[in-house]
Write a protein that binds this ligand. Structure first.
Ligand code: TYD
Length: 208
C-alpha cells in the first residue's frame, strides 16, 4: 500500500518545524509509521546542494541556476527519501516541496511559472503530495517570531519586498491549486494550529 504524502509550506519562520514536530507526535501516539524530512536536503547529496544554494558567498548565482538546483535537490530527495518511504507504506511529512519553487523562484524572483512547472514536472515525475498545508503568517510577523534573519542565508536576506511577493504568491497559488494546497490559519497558539491541522488531515483521511 502506498503511503501518504503531506507537505508543509509557508514563509520563513511560519512555524513549519514546530507544527511538523507536533503532527509527528500525534502520529506516533496513533502508531502511524512516518518519516519527517525537509527540502532542500533530507539526504547527503541534496544537503550538499542545499549548502550551495543558501551560501551567502554565492551572491552571483543566477535565478535560473537557483531554480534548477532546487529542482535537482528535489529529484534526489524524492529518490533517496520520499519514494522509498511511500513504497514502505509510511506517511511522509515534508518541509517544503514544489510550491516553494513557485512562490520563491516564481513570484519572489520573477521567473516564469511555466519554466518552473516544466523543470519541476521533470524533477518529480508526477509525485505530488496528497495534501500541502500552507501555514499562513505574513512574513513581517514571521521574522518577528523568528527573532530576525540569518545574515548568511541568501534567501532570508533577499529583502522585505521579495518576502512580501512570496507571501502574495502563495495566496495566488491557493486560488489556483485548491483543494490540494490549503491554508491553515496560524493566528492562535501553536496548539490551536496543531489541532486545526490534525482535524483537516483527519477529514481528508490522511491521519490513519
Ligand atoms: P530553510 O532554512 O529550511 O528555511 P525555512 O525554515 O523557512 O524552510 O531554507 C530553505 C530556504 O529555501 C527557504 O528560504 C525557502 C527556500 N526555498 C526556495 O526558495 N525554493 C524551493 O523550492 C525550496 C524548497 C526552498
Amino acid at each position: 500500500m502506498k503511503g501518504k504524502f503531506i507537505a508543509f509550506e509557508g514563509c520563513e519562520g511560519a512555524g513549519k518545524s514546530t507544527q511538523m514536530r507536533l503532527l509527528s507526535e500525534t502520529m506516533q501516539k496513533r502508531g502511524i509509521a512516518h518519516v519527517v524530512t525537509r527540502e532542500p536536503g533530507g539526504g547527503p547529496i541534496s544537503e550538499a546542494i542545499r549548502k550551495i544554494i543558501l551560501d551567502g558567498k554565492n551572491a552571483a548565482m543566477t535565478d535560473e541556476c537557483e531554480a534548477l538546483l532546487y529542482a535537482a535537490a528535489r529529484a534526489q530527495h524524492l529518490a533517496d527519501v520520499v519514494l522509498p518511504a511511500l513504497g514502505r507504506g509510511e506517511t511522509v511529512l515534508c518541509d517544503r516541496y514544489i510550491f516553494s519553487s513557485f512562490a520563491y523562484q516564481g513570484y519572489g524572483r520573477g521567473l516564469s511559472l511555466e519554466f518552473l512547472r516544466q523543470i519541476n514536472a521533470y524533477a518529480i515525475a508526477a509525485c505530488m503530495p496528497d495534501c500541502t498545508l500552507f501555514l499562513d503568517i505574513p512574513p513581517a510577523r514571521a521574522f518577528e517570531r523568528k527573532h530576525g534573519r540569518d545574515e548568511n542565508d541568501r534567501i532570508e536576506t533577499a529583502g522585505e519586498a521579495f518576502h512580501r511577493r512570496v507571501y502574495e504568491g502563495y495566496h495566488a497559488l491557493l486560488g489556483a491549486y485548491a483543494p490540494q494546497l490549503v491554508a491553515v490559519d496560524c493566528s492562535g497558539t501553536k496548539y490551536e494550529t496543531s489541532a486545526r491541522i490534525a482535524a483537516l488531515l483527519e477529514a481528508r483521511g490522511l491521519l490513519g
